[in-house]
Design a binder for this molecule. Structure first.
Ligand code: GLO
Ligand code: MG
Length: 344
């Protein structure tokens, strides 16, 4: 029995298309996904604004809220909560060259409109915060954007969100690249600095994704720990990543089990979840996966997380501390590896 509650986004059950090939699985409707999420043991759903309200660009504010209320009923039917809403600022013609940092005022206004509507949707669904994955906030051509100006645009956009709703919180999900070449806000350190510059730092935190930390050449556990130290880890996107290449969103723990163990360990050590935080997954099924196996990556990620929780329970802190005091790090390393390999 896990002491954590888990969340997942509808985009994590997907049709398998990649940059070089078409879809390989049939689309699945939202209600079928909800039913399956509940059956697998998830407690909450993460949303893009248009996962909840698909045609929102062509709807009035009242119509958007009304539609979101319907989605809330569907969540209730399956006993699921809504964790967060994320404005999807990377698919629309208005966001070809970014959202909050777009060079065009009209497109920045659109991005802000989507963020404010995301707050409306969050309120209807009962979600407590927004996630900002800053997909295109950076450059493809290095000289095309002034990073100082761009950072200020981001701070000002977040200030608008904080002003719009006195309760809403904002979690930035940093990523160093992809789909842009160089992002403006690539690590948890950037997130903390942006938070500090807003009008209410107590409502701006982060969402650490394991794969994004690896892409930045950083250790996911240290990134998680950094945010925890400032009490600003609003959620996590656990997954895995094989080195520096495209963002893979592999099942949690399948590439680097020791790193996964350490991520579970730090979350557990600092009682992550005690303020209602969810352990969020952001994992993709392999392209070769069949329709009937379209949830296997979610099942596997949960199973691996829970198995590592049991390993964390077994981890002998006293013994480890003794080794640390004596600087016997070779022995400590072997102790951890033996624990993971099941060698007593
Ligand atoms: C992509 C991101 C993406 C976001 C999601 C929520 O690299 O991880 O999956 O987490 O769109 O905004
Ligand atoms: Mg993510």
């Amino acid at each position: 029995m896990s002491k954590f509650k888990f969340s997942v986004g509808p985009w994590n059950v997907h049709t398998g298309a990649d940059s070089y090939g078409p879809e390989t699985r049939k689309p699945v409707d939202l209600e079928t996904k909800f039913a399956k999420f509940a059956e697998l043991g998830f407690s909450a759903v993460q949303f893009h604004d248009d996962d909840a309200v698909p045609d929102m660009n062509n709807m009035t504010v009242e119509e958007i809220k009304e539609y979101a209320r319907g989605v809330k009923k569907l969540l209730d039917k399956y006993g699921l909560a809504a964790e967060f809403v994320a404005p999807r600022l990377w698919m629309d013609p208005h966001t070809v060259d970014g959202g909050f940092m777009s060079r065009k005022k009209e497109d920045r206004d659109f991005a802000l409109w989507r963020a404010l509507r995301s707050i409306d949707i969050a309120n209807e669904l009962g979600a407590k915060f927004l996630v900002l994955w800053l997909a295109r906030e950076g450059t493809l051509c290095a000289e095309s954007l002034d990073p100082a100006w761009a950072t200020k645009q981001l701070v000002e956009a977040i200030n608008e969100m904080l002003r719009y709703d006195s309760k809403i919180r904002v979690a930035i999900e940093p990523k160093p690249n992809e789909p842009v070449d160089r992002s403006v806000c690539g690590t948890m350190g950037h997130v903390m600095a942006v938070s500090a510059a807003t009008i209410d730092p107590s409502r701006v935190g982060g969402n650490l994704e394991s794969a994004h930390a690896v892409l930045a050449g950083l250790d996911p556990t240290n990134e998680i720990g950094f945010a925890l130290a400032f009490d600003k880890l609003y959620t996590v996107h656990l997954n895995d990543q094989n080195g520096l290449k495209f963002d893979q969103d592999k099942s949690f723990g399948v590439e680097n089990l020791r790193s996964a163990f350490n991520q579970v360990r730090i979350l557990s050590k600092y009682n992550y979840g005690s303020k209602g935080e969810y352990v969020g997954l952001d994992v993709k099924a392999m392209r070769t996966t069949s329709d009937e196996d379209g949830y296997e990556h979610l099942k596997n990620s949960l199973a691996i997380f829970k198995a590592l929780e049991a390993k964390v329970e077994k981890y002998d802190e006293e013994y480890a501390n003794k080794l640390i005091a004596q600087r016997k790090y070779e022995q400590l390393e072997m102790y951890v590896l033996n624990l993971l390999m099941g060698i007593e």
